[in-house]
Design a protein around this ligand. Structure first.
Ligand SMILES: N[C@@H](CCC(=O)N[C@@H](CS)C(=O)NCC(=O)O)C(=O)O
Length: 272
């Protein structure tokens, strides 16, 4: 079996879902971190679409984080992310769908609305793993990229307000769905917990998220984060990351070995 390969954006919550599943199952894999915008021809060639994550597994290119997890569950059943009991499995998959549809796109729109006026922060989040030449090219295009992203993701004050409300509603639903066990389904970590925590990570910013922000958060984002920091869903996300995010199963290639070392040092230096 070839080593699975993940094409991803580093600071992306849907990509974090796929990465976390690979790491949780201890599947050694290669990561290709792409720059938003520059990813289009690469991914289109592989899938005919443009979105990441994409996982190459046993010769097939699989796009969509939930389909990736489904394929991983088949290829690497243990440790399981799907509950064995059919009713619990149905509930876990329903919750995954709910957070994929009702939280993922909205939290992204809200956070981008807040951070797009800080292009240096956005660049550091998405591009710091690229080659110097690619970073330079991205830097030159960054004003244009802000305009394109606003248009593509339909980001404006009115849609951002809706996105904020949808995010808070999903956090409230999470609070009500968490069982006395601390998990969303039964008494163990499942795909439902992984999905909810990964998709809340851009707001909660757990220290175990594998790619560190290069500098301090832009002030408006720090304020929003503070304002929700006592919400049960926020604290649950921190705790879920702390207990279950675990170690990376990424394998080093010639191209990414120095980056993996830098990440490890950064993690050690921040003590997280
Ligand atoms: N439902 C998809 C959503 C993936 C998605 O929205 N990916 C975004 C990054 S978070 C993306 O690739 N955007 C760029 C594009 O679509 O070209 C999944 O779960 O994987």
């Amino acid at each position: 079996m070839d080593t699975p390969e993940l094409w991803q954006f580093t600071s992306s919550h849907f990509n974090e879902k796929a990465r976390w599943a690979l790491d949780f199952k201890r599947v050694p894999h290669i990561r290709h971190s792409l720059i938003p915008g520059f990813h289009v021809p690469v991914i289109k060639r592989m899938t005919g679409k443009t979105h990441v994550p994409v996982l190459k597994l046993n010769g097939a290119a699989i796009s969509d984080s939930s389909k990736i997890i489904e394929a991983l569950e088949r290829a690497y059943p243990e440790p399981a992310l799907y509950p064995a009991d059919p009713d619990e499995r149905r509930r876990a998959l329903e919750l995954q769908d709910y957070f994929d549809e009702e939280l993922g796109p909205y939290i992204r729109r809200w956070i981008f609305y807040v951070i797009l006026p800080y292009p240096q922060f956005v660049r550091a989040a998405f591009v710091s793993h690229a080659s110097p030449a690619a970073q330079l090219a991205q830097g030159a295009m960054s004003p244009l990229i802000g305009v394109i992203m606003r248009r593509q993701m339909n980001i404006n004050p009115a849609t951002a307000e809706i996105a904020r409300n949808k995010t808070l509603a999903a956090m409230d639903r999470l609070e009500h769905e968490v069982r006395p066990s601390g998990y969303l389904v039964s008494d163990r970590f499942t795909v439902a917990d992984l999905t909810a925590a990964a998709l809340l990570s851009p707001l909660v910013r757990p220290p175990e998220f594998p790619y560190k922000a290069a500098g301090p958060l832009p002030e408006p984002l720090a304020k929003i984060r503070d304002s929700v920091s006592t919400h049960r869903a926020f604290r649950w996300t921190l705790e879920t990351y702390r207990q279950h995010r675990g170690e990376s199963a990424e394998v080093a290639t010639q191209a990414n070995v120095s980056r993996i070392k830098t990440d490890a040092n950064r993690t050690a230096n921040t003590g997280s």
